[in-house]
Structure formats: C-alpha cells, structure tokens
Design a protein around this ligand. Sequence first.
Ligand SMILES: CC(C)[C@H](C(=O)O)[C@@H](O)C(=O)O
Ligand code: SF4
Length: 475
Amino acid sequence: MSGTLAEKVWDAHVVQKGSGGAPDLLYIDLHLVHEVTSPQAFEGLRLAGRGVRRPDLTIATEDHNTPTLDIDRPIADPTSRTQIQTLRANAEEFGIRLHSLGDADQGIVHVVGPQLGLTMPGLTVVCGDSHTSTHGAFGALAFGIGTSEVEHVLATQTLPLTPFKTMAINVEGTLKEGTTAKDIILAVIAKIGTGGGQGYVLEYRGEAIRNLSMEARMTICNMSIEAGARAGMIAPDETTFEYIKGRPHAPEGEDWDAAVEYWRSLRSDDDAVFDAEVTLDANDLEPFVTWGTNPGQGLPLSGRVPDPVDIADESARRAAERSLEYMGLVPGTPLREIAVDTVFIGSCTNGRIEDLRAVAEVVKGRRKAENVTVLVVPGSARVRLQAEAEGLDKVFLDFGAEWRNAGCSMCLGMNPDQLRPGERAASTSNRNFEGRQGKGGRTHLVSPLVAAATAVRGTLSAPSDLAPAAEPALV
Ligand SMILES: CC(C)[C@H](C(=O)O)[C@@H](O)C(=O)O
Ligand code: SF4
C-alpha cells in the first residue's frame, strides 16, 4: 500500500493498534531530556516506585538554564541552579546519561542529538520540548511532548497517540544568493499562519529542500511547530547519510549498509495522498524578517511595517495593532530602517557550525555598529570547539561581538542573557512572542546572514546592503 513518509514511520512503530477511535500505542526509539520539563516526570516515577524502562534510549543534557559566562562557577540564579541540580540528581538516580555543563557534548538538546548521530531516519524521537520537530530533518518522526507524557515514555518507552494528518510543503526552484532555509520557513509560516499546520505533520519536499544541507534542513523542521504543526519531516537522502556517517552513534560496517538500505525506503510514495498540500517557489523568496509578535507576522526585508487598516480580517487586524504597539513600530516604516540594540546569534534554529560560519563570512574584517550588543552563542559545546578550531571566535571578537558558552541563552532568557524592557533585537531564534527574550524585549526573527549584516549596520539589513569589507587603498 502506498503511503507518506510520516505514515511509514508511524506504521513501523505501532505496538498496539487502537480500535474504535482509541489511540495507537507507539514505540519510542529515542527520548531526549532537559532540565525544564523532566523534574515532575521523574518525581512521578519515584512516587509510583517505577524505574526508567530503557535508560539506554534516554539521554539528557543541560541547556535552558545554563549560564553562558563563568560556567566554571556555581550557577548564581537559584531557580536555574535548582533545575540543573535536580536533573543531575535524577540522572544519577535513574541511571541516565547526562551531558552537564562543562562536558564537550553539552548543549541544546536539538543540537546534541544529531551531532552525536543519535538522530537517524525512521526513528520515533520525543522530548519534552516543542522544537523536537528539528529531528524530523533526518526523516525521523519527532515531536514535543508534555511532562506527563515524558513520564509515560520514561516508564514504558511507548506513547499512546492518535494519528496526525499529513501536509506536503513543496518548495520548488532555487534560492537566490543571500536567501536561506530560515527565509523559506519564515515565508511558509507567513503563508499558512501560526495555526495553519495544526494537527499535521508537515513534509518539506521539492528541489529547494533537496539542495539544502542537513543543518539548513534542521532549521526548517525546527520551526514547524511555529506553524502549529505536530512535526516536520524531510525524506532522507545522500545528504542525510553523509551527515550521519562516522558520528559516535552511527551504525558501522554491515549494520551501516543495512541501515542505509532501509533508510532509502523512507520516502512518500509517488501516489501517496496528503491531507493538504502547499507550494512555494524558492526563486521568489527574499530575506525575511518578522515585524510582529508571532512568527507568522513576517515580510521580505525590502517591505515596510504593515498598516493594520489595510488588513481586512478583523482578528488579524487587531493582532497586528497589538503587535505594533508592543513592538513600538510605526506603519509604513521601511523594515530596513528599524534600528536594533542587540543581535543574538544562536538557538536550536540557527546555532550550528554552518550558521556561525555564515555569520563569520559576513563580519570578517568589519566592526559592529556602535551601541549594538552582539551575542554569539554556539548551540553546543562541540559547535563552540569546532568554531574555535576554525578561528571563528577570533573573527567574532575582532568584530566586537561576545563569544559565549553553549545553551539556549537569549532565545528565551531563562538564564541571565535577556533583553531589557523596550530593547530591540534581531535574533536567529524561532519565537518573537511578547517578553520571550526578556520582559518588554522586542524581537525580530531573522536568518544568520541578516543578523550579521544587521550587526554591521545597526538596522535590519542583508549582506547585499554592506559596502565591501576592505576598501581598496586610494592611490
Ligand atoms: C522550555 C521548553 C518547554 C520550551 C519548549 O517546549 O519549546 C522552550 O524550549 C521554548 O523554546 O519555548
Ligand atoms: S534554543 Fe530556544 S527554542 Fe531551542 S530548545 Fe532552547 S529555548 Fe527552546
């Protein structure tokens, strides 16, 4: 029978089929854990006298609450310190592998899994975190779960689930120079809306997707949740296999060959039927930036702050009015004229090595704009080490940026990295909700290239807006 990629992975994991509208019971191959959503789940196990069913399929890392400075000192903030200490105690008690602050494999949970080769095609991957959709870039069925579900998976390695609907997102054509995966996904969300993906698994397909690197594919799948979707997926191909090969947990020898043979079958059949389908032309895309307080409120950088009076739908108009008020923006202002105080480069959306290389390429030989604070926060300690091995840290420091330790950092400001009230940031992260990066802080979501150019000019900009880095000497 023909099926979509999501259906194939689902079917391969059904332990018990639900009848009469009851959910299916699915087997979970990989359970990622962080300090924010796990304490009550472990407490539940403890109260019920249960252990963790498959500690070998469970891995934890510290990310949301970790400081990015002075990581060799005790965590100053008491709440953050307690959360981290609780995770450490739980990991020890339940026999779970944990990558703690200071460990080379510590970092944002969605950066660590792929980096270690734990995330592979055809797996079911869960984590008590909405951006678990990131792992779908490998052709895994990966989604965020709530704390009670975390407890269920810890106890049984299974999860009762009702099948999702499927939506194909076809991105045809070729991206123009300066336009990236981040612009694709911001354009997709602007098109289908922050509720457009509700109840669906999105499968990204088409020429533009096939031509993306694994890290760029992760950026796209990461933000599926911002369209309201349960998960995002991309069928695995040679790019995927190449990325996984040789990583610490990748299969080897005959196991590798068998795995790749299976992985090749993980694609939607030509006659598979999706519940919905959306098509976008990559040739039409430009760098995208958000102007509002949800990730769907985005426009090409060449545009202007929208005027709510032009919005016909009443609830969208009200939302725009409220967003503009919070964001302190005047309708009609060219987006390129919006000045920022901070540029944040990092997060599970754009905190990987390719993102840092892209930023370094733009800022090399330049100085940041005065009055702009630039934070570069690698997604994991390994990304940091890799960047330093390539000399990128030096490029960032010469530019005037701060080079920090790994973690979620200013993506959501659970650690000291926060905007102050009224401060405005260009951020490579995924959410621009009110107060997301600090109380009263204002966020514009952008790609790493736009973040870098914005750090140079001080207003929202693309690399094509910059004068050449080193002017030839006049004679
Ligand atoms: C803290 C965590 C539960 C949350 C999530 O689920 O996504 C966070 O990672 C975020 O990005 O808002
Ligand atoms: S980097 Fe941001 S989006 Fe990703 S897990 Fe951390 S807080 Fe959530």
